[in-house]
Design a binder for this molecule. Structure first.
Ligand SMILES: [Zn+2]
Length: 482
C-alpha cells in the first residue's frame, strides 16, 4: 500500500503595531465604536490619496531582516482587485511583483528531533479590510471601517513543513520573532497574528506536489494544529480510496473539528493585479537599513541558549522563560542580582504556579505585583540562611499577590531562620532527652534516625531552625554512630 506524506506551507498575516494606519493618519486602536477611526482615505472617497506610513515600512523591514531576507529597494505596491462591502475602494493595496522582502528562512525544531530550516518565500506589505457586521434579527448588515487600512505583513513560507507539529513549531518561532521585535502586539484573539495553511499530500518518494487545499483564517496555535491534522487525514483517506483532492479553499469548523469546502478553484478570484498609480516605488535607503539591522534585538532561540549556559539548566526547561521578551527581561534582571540558577528554578516553579493559580499572564510580568528585585531578594534570603527554602515556598503566594519585598515581610512576620547556636542547642538537648530510644538506635548504627530527630527540632521551631546548624549540633552531641 502507498504511504503518503504531507506538505505544508503557511501564509501568516501579522498586524503591525503602528499607531496609525498604512496610508492615512487614522488610529489603529482596537475596540473603538464603529467607524470612529475613518477618514476619506479609509472610506475611499474619490480623489483621496494614500500617504505611506514610514514606521510600517520600518517594521516590515525589521521582520525581513530578522528572518534573513533580502530587502528589495525599490519595492512596489499593487492593487488587488475584488469586490466586498468592507473594502470601499474595490481593491486591496498589496505588493505583488516586487514585495519588500524575499528569500529568508526560519530554523525550527523538526519532527526528527533536529533543527529544520523552513524557507521564507516573501514578505509583503498590505492593508487590512474593514468588517461586516451581520444583524439577521434586524434583517440588515452594517460595515465597520475601523480596521480598514490597518497595516499588515504577509509572511509566505516555502512548502517545507511535513506535519501539524512542524507547522505549529514554525508559527511559534515566527510569533516569538515578531513579538520580540515589538512590531506586533501578538494578540491572537484580536486577529493580530493569524494564518492560512496550504496542505497537500503525495506518495512518499514523489517529488511533485499534490493538489493543495487552502485552510483560511486560523487564529490559534491549537486550531492550526487541529485543522491541519484533520485536513491531512481527509486527503490521505481520499487518495487511499482512489479519489482525487480538489483544489479549493476550506474553512475549519472549531466546534465540529472538521474542514469544509468554502469555494473551489473555478470560483477563485482573478485579482487583476497592477501597480498602484497613486503610490511611488518604496525605497529604503541603505543607511536606514543598516540602522534597522543594528537595532535587531536578540531573538528567543539565541536568548534561550544563553540562559542555558548561564544557569546550567536544560534548554527544554527554560523555554517558558523566553515566551515573551518582557519575561526574558524579567529573568535577566533578577538573575543579575542573585544566583541565576536559583532564580530560574524559583521562576519556573513557584512563580509559574502562582501565575496559573491567580490567572495572571505568564508572559506579561508588567501586570504582576511582584518585581524581579523581589524574586532576587527572596533567593538571596534563602542563600544567606535567613529563611529556609520551605519558608520561601510557603510565603511565595503572598509575596506574589501583594508585591511586598521579601525582607520586610520576613521581618514583620518573624519568619527569620533561627541560627543562634544557643537557642538551637537547647532545642536539640530537649529532643535528645525526650527521645531516648531513638537516640539509642542512632548510636547503635541506625543513621536514618537522625532525620527524624532533626525533624523534631524543626517542628518545635515551626520550621525556622537552620537545618545545617541543627545537623551539626546532633553530630557533635551524639558522635558518629558505630
Ligand atoms: Zn483614515
Amino acid at each position: 500500500m502507498t504511504t503518503y506524506e504531507a506538505v505544508i506551507g503557511l501564509e501568516v498575516h501579522v498586524q503591525l503595531a503602528t499607531r496609525s494606519k498604512l496610508f492615512c493618519s487614522c488610529s489603529t486602536e482596537f475596540g473603538c465604536p464603529p467607524n470612529e477611526n475613518v477618514c476619506e482615505v479609509c472610506a475611499a472617497m474619490p480623489g483621496a490619496l494614500p500617504i505611506l506610513n514610514r514606521q510600517a515600512v520600518r517594521f516590515a523591514a525589521l521582520v525581513g531582516l530578522a528572518l534573513d531576507c533580502r530587502i528589495n529597494s525599490p519595492s512596489l505596491f499593487a492593487r488587488k482587485n475584488y469586490f466586498y462591502p468592507d473594502l470601499p475602494p474595490g481593491y486591496q493595496i498589496s505588493q505583488f511583483e516586487l514585495p519588500l522582502c524575499e528569500g529568508g528562512h526560519v530554523d525550527i525544531p523538526g519532527d526528527g528531533g533536529g533543527v529544520k530550516r523552513v524557507g521564507i518565500t516573501r514578505i509583503h506589505m498590505e492593508n487590512d479590510a474593514g468588517k461586516n457586521i451581520h444583524l439577521p434579527e434586524r434583517g440588515c448588515s452594517h460595515v465597520d471601517l475601523n480596521r480598514a487600512g490597518t497595516p499588515l505583513v504577509e509572511i509566505v513560507s516555502e512548502p517545507d513543513m511535513g506535519s501539524a507539529d512542524e507547522a505549529v513549531a514554525y508559527l511559534r518561532t515566527l510569533y516569538g520573532v515578531v513579538t520580540y521585535l515589538g512590531v506586533c502586539d501578538g494578540n491572537m484573539e484580536e486577529g493580530s497574528f493569524r494564518c492560512d495553511a496550504n496542505v497537500s499530500v503525495r506518495p512518499v518518494g514523489e517529488s511533485r506536489l499534490g493538489t493543495r487545499t487552502e485552510l483560511k483564517n486560523l487564529n490559534s496555535f491549537r486550531n492550526v494544529h487541529r485543522a491541519i491534522e484533520f485536513e491531512i487525514l481527509r486527503q490521505r483517506d481520499l487518495c487511499e480510496d482512489g479519489g482525487t483532492v480538489v483544489q479549493e479553499t476550506r474553512l475549519y469548523d472549531v466546534v465540529r473539528n472538521v474542514t469544509t469546502s468554502m469555494r473551489s478553484k473555478e470560483e477563485a478570484h482573478d485579482y487583476r493585479y497592477f501597480p498602484d498609480p497613486d503610490l511611488l516605488p518604496v525605497i529604503v535607503p541603505e543607511g536606514e537599513l543598516e540602522e534597522l539591522r543594528a537595532s535587531l534585538p536578540e531573538m528567543p532561540q539565541a536568548r534561550l541558549g544563553r540562559f542555558a549556559t548561564l544557569t546550567g539548566l536544560p534548554v527544554a526547561d527554560l523555554e517558558v522563560l523566553v515566551q515573551s521578551r518582557a519575561l526574558a527581561d524579567f529573568f535577566e534582571k533578577a538573575a543579575g542580582l542573585a544566583d541565576p540558577r536559583k532564580v530560574a528554578n524559583m521562576m519556573l516553579g513557584p512563580l509559574m504556579r502562582e501565575c496559573h493559580a491567580t490567572g495572571a499572564k505568564t508572559g506579561d510580568p508588567a501586570s504582576w505585583a511582584m518585581t524581579p528585585e523581589a524574586v532576587a531578594q527572596l533567593v538571596g534570603l534563602v542563600d544567606k540562611g535567613t529563611i529556609s527554602a520551605k519558608i520561601a515556598n510557603d510565603i511565595f503566594p503572598e509575596l506574589f499577590r501583594s508585591g511586598e519585598m521579601p525582607e520586610s515581610h520576613v521581618a514583620a512576620k518573624g519568619l527569620g531562620q533561627i541560627s543562634d547556636a544557643g537557642a538551637l542547642e537547647r532545642a536539640v538537648d530537649a529532643v535528645i532527652a525526650a527521645n531516648a530510644s531513638e537516640v539509642e538506635a542512632y548510636r547503635g548504627g541506625k543513621r536514618k534516625v537522625l532525620s527524624f530527630l532533626v525533624g523534631q527540632v524543626m517542628r518545635q521551631t515551626q520550621g525556622k531552625a537552620n537545618p545545617a546548624i541543627v545537623n551539626e549540633l546532633f553530630a557533635r552531641k551524639l558522635g558518629d554512630p558505630s
